[in-house]
Structures are given as C-alpha cells and as structure tokens.
Design a protein around this ligand. Structure first.
Ligand code: SF4
Length: 447
C-alpha cells in the first residue's frame, strides 16, 4: 500500500469533461487522492498527478481531450516524475487506446469507467514500478460501495443510484462505455444520504443515465418512486433532484411522487431529442411525439409550476425540413424552460455512424440557429414571468461573473444572482425577482 506520509506536499489536478456522472467520478478520484495525502492544485501543469477524466458524448470531446493532453507533453519533458493519467468514457473505446499508445506513449496510466475503485493501486504501480499501466475493464461487474469522495460543495451532493444504460439509442456511445444497467441497493443509498445530511448537505441530485428504470433487473423490489419516498423522509435533506429521465420509463407513480414528496424539486430534465416520430424511431427512443406531449400534459396537470428542460439533437441522419418543423412545433407546444441543443455528429461505434443520409453541415447549422433563437425567446418569456415573485434560493457562493454577487438556484432549477454576504452560502434565502433574463434571474434579498 502507498504510505500517506510519502505523499506529503504532493498535489493533484483533475480536468473533467462531460456530464454530472463524470463530475461525480472526479469527486471520487479526488477523495481517494486526498486519503493518500495529496492536496488539490488548481494548475494542471504544476501538479504531481494530473488526471484527465474524459467524455465521449459531448461535441468535439476528442479534440478537447487530445488538445488538453498535448499541453501535458511539455510538463512530462520538464518533470518526467509527473504522473499523467487518463480515464472516463473515451478510454472504453479501443480506437482511443490505440491512438494513445501510438501517439502519446508518455501517458503513464489509462483506466476506464468500470475500475475507478482500483485507482489507488494502479497509481501505486505507476509510482513504485515506474510502469506504464493500461487497465480498462469491458464491463461493470459488482457495484463497489464506500468509495471516498471530495465533494465540490459542502451543502449539495451528487449521489449515484445506478450505472450504465440498456437503451441503445442509435446515436449514443454510453451503453458501450458505461455497460448495462446496475442499480445500487436502496439501503446503501439511504445510508449514504443520511451520512450526507449529517455532514450538512441540504440538496442531493440522484444520478443515473436513466433513473426511471432504477431497480429493474435487481434483487430488490423498490423502484425509483419508492426510492424518492424513502429519501424524502431523511431529516436535514431539503431538496431532492434527479437526472436523467428517459420519457419512455417515466411512471405515473413518479409523477405523483412530485405531489406527495415535499422535498422533490419541481423540475425535470426530460430529453426529447427530436419532435419527429420518424426520427425518434430511427434514434430508437421508443416513444412518439404524441407520447411525449401527453407525458408533459400529465406532468403539468399534477404539478402546474414544474420546470421542464430537455436535450435536442439537430441534424440527425435523415432529418428532413418536415422533421425539423415537427421539432419546432413540439418546442412551441411544450415551451421548455431551457434546453441543451446539440448538432448531430457521428460517434464511432454507434449504429447511426453507418446511416447513409447524413445531413449537410450548412443545413444543420441553419436549423440549429433557428431552434436556439426560439428556445432562448421562450426561456426569457418564462423567466420574465418570475419578476415580482419571491422564490427560495439555495445560495451556492460568489457569482462567476461578479464576485460581489451571490448565485444560487430556485426549486425549479433557475439560476438567480443577488447581492449579499458570502456567509449566505449554503443557506436557503428568500429572494424577490427583479429581472428575468434568458439564462438567469436577478433579484434582491427579501427582508
Ligand atoms: S438513454 Fe439513450 S441517450 Fe441516454 S445514455 Fe442510454 S443510450 Fe445514451
């Protein structure tokens, strides 16, 4: 085992690309490193251990990863004892490993999404034997409980409830990089959340690629709604959020949990991806435009003030003008609070890679601009409707753009900026909204 004292004054830096799952994996890596005696270093070039946690879903992920990795080459030349480690979804793809071996032979450690728990011993191997280590598992195996985590905030935390995905949307690489669905036992999750509450955490975000299928295929009987009810009873926790939901698995039981569980926040991220039923079929999403609209109606019937956000892919292979107009029509009908929009781009190893009818880039961009303009207008209209209202904001600390301002989120997930002392961080603060903008709200503390 590694001696903690031998790591005194040694530092680490983790660069994270991608989603909340990756951010949470990085928190686990940071927790392990701190248990080994390392301290965080904000400068990647000065750290003794530099880790890049990669994503294969987001746009230009490959370019951004190799660009960042390239910057570390000079560091390795000047300080060869620096350990450069890479992990995350991209490492689950053989062509990436082949590229690393051929063009980046100075990388010390490569590991995947399934063996993060092994990181301390892999690092030990690199340090003690000065070996290059490439250890990527093909599938997840058992869920490892009890890993340490260094959380980004003391008052809010991510909690993984399941890993992997069984859905095989034709554009997505996740089922190949994160493996099949495995759910954590509800007892383990409840214990983790109780411990978080005892340490001062007020808000938890439950994470999974498709939280709505939590429990399926497991050896316990609770489903996702049951889990929410169990967590809602934990003292000290004031807000429960979750992501991501697949529309095909969103149950009536969960919709009613929004009504019954006072801590479940009135917001849902429900990726639609396209408004065209034909494109949805080609994406293997297993719902139609009408199914999605009915789901929204049901949600709003039960929780009229729920905030709904989504993901939309523009220019999926075969998307015609009519298909795109169906998406614009769905956007008008739903009026999303906000949306992540993506230009479709090929992910190696997915079925859609082989689709012949790829949409020309110029058309994709025209459609994308039209869609984003309309989404932004709607977001601003919705945010303006908050003006004059008093909302409860969980203060998260100084605003990124103005250190005199504090920023935080409403129960509906809206970003709010207001003037106030830093001591409010971690507290629920009543704010009167003075201005609704496209991506955020401004307000004043309500005395
Ligand atoms: S549900 Fe579809 S898009 Fe989401 S992770 Fe699974 S395969 Fe990917």
């Amino acid at each position: 085992m590694m001696d903690k004292r031998s790591n005194l004054n040694k530092s680490y830096n983790i660069t994270t690309f991608g989603c909340q799952m990756n951010e949470h994996d990085s928190e686990t890596l940071a927790g392990m490193l701190e248990e080994l005696g390392y301290i965080e270093n904000a400068n990647r070039r000065e750290a003794d251990v530099a880790i890049i946690n990669t994503c294969s879903v987001r746009e230009n992920a490959d370019k951004r990863f190799f660009g960042t990795l390239g910057q570390l080459k000079k560091v390795k030349e000047e300080r060869p004892e620096t350990v450069v480690a890479v992990c995350g979804c991209m490492m689950q793809q053989q062509h990436i490993i082949d590229t690393l071996k051929a063009k980046y032979p100075w990388v010390d450690l490569v590991f995947g999404t399934h063996n993060i728990h092994q990181f301390p011993s892999l690092l030990n191997n690199v340090l003690n034997e000065r070996n290059k280590v490439v250890d990527v598992w093909d599938n997840g195996g058992d869920i490892i409980e009890g890993l340490p985590a260094k959380r980004m905030y003391p008052f809010k935390a991510y909690v993984n409830i399941m890993y992997g995905c069984n859905n095989f949307c034709t554009y997505c690489i996740v089922p190949y990089t994160r493996g099949r669905e495995r759910s954590r036992h509800p007892g383990e999750i409840v214990n983790e959340v109780k411990a978080l509450a005892a340490s001062g955490v007020k808000e938890i975000t439950l994470l999974g690629q498709n939280v709505n299928s939590y429990g399926k295929g497991s050896n316990f009987t609770q489903d996702f709604a049951d889990l929410i009810y169990m967590l809602n009873d934990i003292d000290g926790i004031e807000r429960i959020r979750f992501m991501t939901s697949h529309p095909k698995d969103l149950s009536n039981k969960l919709i009613h949990a929004f009504q019954k569980c006072d801590k479940l926040c009135n917001s849902i991220h429900l990726p639609v991806q396209s408004g065209s039923t034909e494109i949805l079929t080609r994406m293997n999403r297993k719902y139609s435009k009408e199914d999605y609209l009915q789901l929204i109606e049901k949600l709003r019937d039960v929780i009229p003030d729920i905030a709904i956000t989504t993901d939309i892919i523009v220019g999926f292979p075969g998307e015609s003008d009519e298909d795109f107009n169906e998406t614009m029509d769905l956007v008008e009908k739903v009026r999303f609070d906000s949306a992540f929009t993506f230009l479709y781009s090929i992910r190696k190893g997915t079925p859609a890679e082989k689709y012949k009818d790829q949409v020309p880039e110029s058309i994709k961009h025209q459609r994308f601009d039209r869609l984003v303009d309309r989404l932004n207008e709607i977001s601003q209209e919705i945010n303006k409707s908050y003006e004059g209202n008093i909302v409860l904001v969980l203060a998260e600390g100084s605003s990124k753009t103005n250190t005199k301002m504090i920023s935080g989120r409403t129960v509906t997930g809206k970003l709010v900026n207001f003037k106030g002392p830093a001591e409010l961080t971690g507290k629920l603060v009543p704010i009167r909204i003075t201005e609704g903008k496209t991506f955020s709200l401004n307000g004043d503390i309500e005395k």
